[in-house]
Design a binder for this molecule. Structure first.
Ligand SMILES: [Zn+2]
Length: 309
């Protein structure tokens, strides 16, 4: 069994209100078609059919204040209620208290310990590594967990050779902002096909999309709508490439933000958990999931990873 984890930062299930919610405004026929013809808002969940499951999950996990990225992502990777243990939500980058949880016993380290193949499918540009090496930039939770598991981040070379994806899916950022005018470009559909092809080579792979959280902080409706329409094209390519017998695709988030552009802050909204794959496997996968802490144990179980390390 293989599992592809699509992580979209800062997307909650909001009101079906096109004034504030880009999910209500964007043209996303693929996504809406997968969840019963509705936009991805609180009205759409829960949902199940022969291809898709949608659940609404609490991201606040009983701790006051808006949920944040470092603790949220660390919970997704460990299954531990880190905000409850620390007494606060924290982010965007892990502080030393959060980072301790990412030293070991993450999904990445457990996959490595089980002798299985894992990767973070994002390609990181040279300036990212320069920032890390010089101390100007801190790892966010997901790349920190991966590198702590002894696995390398994928690079410029991996992107140019088709082994990794651009963080914006299309590669426009590599051309426009990162100084690589000859970087490969993908339309959203082709990026989805590529994602499926690359992910099929790993037991557990994760792709991190952060532009959704950024759009929420900027309160930029047009940009948010554009991001969602790109994601819709990616889903079409991905789901045409990845078949149920290949395993499970999981899409979730760490907290709400982009679904309510009336505020630039994170929201307490429930977050979507979308599952694509065989219905019996989806039902088994979701049965013990009550909030964000349930996802990592469910992944460990389906990938037959050691639950105790
Ligand atoms: Zn944020």
């Amino acid at each position: 069994m293989k599992l592809l984890f699509l992580f979209l930062d800062g997307i909650g299930l909001g009101k079906d209100d096109p004034e504030i919610n880009p999910f209500s405004r964007a043209q996303t026929p693929v996504l809406n078609g997968l969840i019963g013809g509705k936009p991805l808002t609180s009205l759409a969940a829960p949902f199940e059919d022969e291809r898709t499951t949608l659940l609404a999950l609490d991201a606040s996990v009983g701790v006051k204040g808006p949920p944040q990225s470092a603790t949220g992502q660390a919970m997704l990777l460990t299954g531990i209620n880190i905000p409850a243990e620390l007494g606060y939500h924290y982010g965007p980058k892990p502080n030393p208290d959060v980072a301790k949880y990412l030293d070991s016993a993450t999904l990445f380290s457990k996959t490595v310990a089980a002798g299985k193949k894992t990767a973070l499918l994002n390609a990181y540009p040279p300036r990212y590594f320069d920032g890390i090496d010089s101390g100007r930039r801190l790892y966010s939770a997901i790349p920190l967990a991966l590198t702590n598991a002894g696995m390398p981040l994928l690079t410029h070379d991996d992107y140019f050779n088709g082994r990794a994806l651009s963080a914006d899916f299309t590669g426009e950022g590599w051309r426009e902002f990162l100084g690589f005018p000859d970087a490969p470009l993908f339309d959203p559909y082709s990026a989805g096909v590529k994602l499926g092809e690359i992910a099929s080579g790993y037991d557990f792979s994760l792709f991190e999309y952060w532009a959704s959280d950024y759009a929420g902080h900027k309160q930029d409706m047009n940009w948010a709508v554009r991001q969602l329409e790109i994601i819709d094209g990616v889903l079409k390519g991905l789901l045409e490439t990845w078949h149920d017998q290949d395993g499970l695709i999981l899409l979730t988030s760490d907290h709400g933000n982009m679904e309510n552009l009336s505020t630039r802050r994170h929201t307490p909204a429930q977050v979507p958990l979308l599952l694509f794959g065989d219905i019996n496997i989806r039902r088994e996968f979701q049965k013990d999931i009550r909030d964000l802490t349930g996802i990592a144990p469910a992944i460990s179980k389906i990938l037959e990873l050691n639950q105790s390390i």
